[in-house]
Write a protein that binds this ligand. Structure first.
Ligand code: BGP
Length: 489
């Protein structure tokens, strides 16, 4: 079942995968679009932020401790048939109790930043109403530990673990009351933690959880809503993001930095010509119309609204203003190339090419290998939108990560993947693309949603029986990159 829902279906992301796809011939122009060879040394800019990432439900465990409420992922993972290995994250990595050891793992890498998420149902067990007095205690301890070790915390407020009662009461993100509840939660967290957390990601991967969770029934809450309702869900999430930005500005310390972490629809020129690069810019804007573009431009594109027709989200001008509240950075989760495009004479000016069956992928079927994604996606994003700070908020790969007879884990495929993506990212920074940091997914193997513990993305291998953590070879690779502030090309 799971195979049918690979991220190739991301094409349907904004509900209009067919937008403007014509059969016209690929553009044949042949001028290079930029000067080549500007990146010589493999070095990243001074002050580049090297980090790793995890999320609450995937690592914390302790789901019944200290007053935590239920989340939609507790319900979903306990529903038979939803998780490939029939697991759940009741215990996961037990990070809730082992956070000191885990901060030590970050330190051993030499990483200076850590992206984690806060579990909304720990803070407001029912989503709204009285805060749990113990709800932020764990994060207080975690923050103190990180800061004592000189590691800068980046907190994500919503990495998919919606309080179950909001789903039960009001259909979760189907209601704009959830957008408001999210803002209240965001303001509360900012008030309590922004003395130590200076950078906050609002929402992780709207492009995934809206479609997978509310459209195709693959992720929690497992709904299959019709298009109009799905577009409204996405709009409510965008509204929740905007309201949260305002609440954090109102309640948090001055200078708290805010932005989304989005799995941007990754559009790349199939062949690097000026015409195709322009086509990829158009595609970047149109294929991200439902979330990133409305946040950054303050309007739904005419193409999006035309395509949606009667299924378009209902919105007001005042909401668009809230949604596009100024932000400080954009986080881009970058894994696979999704749309290789060429120029087209037909509106809207790009054509998406089909993937050949032989296109290579990593251990996860959906994770096609396209290192240049790490170059084009930030470059095009910075061209299309007024962004002066980009973080790669996630990048990484699963691998089979077997323990060799000598006890080591020789994850050479992960190293190959990282080396190539980082080389392309360095190419972007050397051309002035404003990428300021990189968070490798993931610090350690964890509960990978519908795949359970079957897919391993960590730099550290976790034995889910003993919960011991062991560095893989890629941990040495990454330590070396961080130490040199350069990729070994
Ligand atoms: C992103 C999520 C992460 C992580 C990663 C791997 O979508 O933000 O939480 O899970 O991708 O993806 P998956 O577990 O679906 O293979």
């Amino acid at each position: 079942m799971l195979g049918r829902f690979s991220r190739r279906h991301f094409a349907k992301l904004a509900g209009f995968s067919a937008l403007g796809l014509t059969t016209s011939a690929a553009s044949q122009d042949s001028q290079p679009s930029h000067a080549a060879g500007q990146q010589a040394s493999g070095h990243f800019p001074d002050g580049f932020v090297w980090g790793t990432a995890t999320s609450a439900y995937q690592v914390e465990g302790a789901v019944n401790e200290d007053g935590r409420g239920r989340s939609i992922w507790d319900t979903f993972s306990h529903t038979p048939g939803k998780i490939a290995d029939h697991s759940n994250a009741d215990r996961a990595n037990d990070h809730y109790h082992r956070y000191k050891e885990d901060v030590g793992l970050i330190k051993q890498l030499g990483a200076k930043a850590y992206r984690f998420s806060i579990a909304w149902p720990r803070v407001f067990p029912e989503g709204t109403g009285p805060a749990n007095p113990k709800g932020l205690d764990f994060y207080d301890r975690l923050l103190d530990e990180l800061l004592a070790d000189g590691i800068e915390p980046f907190a994500t407020l919503y990495h998919w673990d919606l309080p179950q009662s909001l789903q039960d009461k009001q259909g979760g993100w189907q209601s704009s009351d959830t957008s408001k509840a999210f803002a209240d939660y965001a303001g509360y967290v900012a008030k309590r933690l922004s003395d130590r957390v200076r950078s906050i990601f609002t929402v992780n991967e709207t492009g995934r959880f809206v479609n997978f969770g509310y459209g195709w029934g693959i992720d929690a809450p497992g709904l299959k809503l019709p298009t109009a309702a799905l577009n409204q869900v996405r709009h409510n999430v965008a509204l929740g993001h905007g309201l949260a930005v305002q609440a954090i500005r109102a309640e948090g310390r001055a200078g708290t930095r805010i932005g989304p972490a989005e799995n941007i629809a990754a559009c790349l020129p199939a062949v690097d010509t000026p015409g195709n690069v322009r086509a990829a810019e158009i595609a970047t804007r149109e294929l991200n119309a439902g979330f990133l573009n409305v946040i950054l431009e303050g309007q739904y594109t005419p193409g999006f609204l035309d395509y949606a027709g009667k299924d378009a989200p209902k919105f007001t001008a005042a909401e668009l203003k809230i949604i596009s509240s100024p932000i400080d950075f954009v986080g881009l989760n970058i894994y696979a190339p999704q749309f290789y495009v060429v120029a087209s004479d037909h509106a809207p000016g790009f054509e998406v090419l089909p993937f050949p069956a032989s296109f290579p992928h990593m251990n996860s079927d959906w994770l096609r290998i396209g290192p240049e994604t790490a170059y084009w996606v930030p470059r095009l994003a910075a061209k299309v939108w007024p962004i002066n700070t980009i973080y790669i908020s996630e990048n990484g790969t699963s691998a089979d990560d077997k323990v060799a007879s000598d006890g080591n884990i020789y994850d050479l495929d992960r190293i190959m993947y990282l080396r190539n993506y980082l080389t392309q990212l360095q190419r972007a920074t050397s051309e002035g693309v404003p990428v300021r940091g990189y968070f490798l997914w993931s610090l350690m193997d964890n509960f990978e949603w519908i795949y359970g513990f079957e897919k391993r993305f960590g730099l550290y291998r976790v034995d889910f029986d003993t919960l011991s953590r062991t560095p893989k070879l890629s941990a040495s690779f990454y330590r070396n990159v961080i130490a040199n502030n350069a990729v070994d090309i």
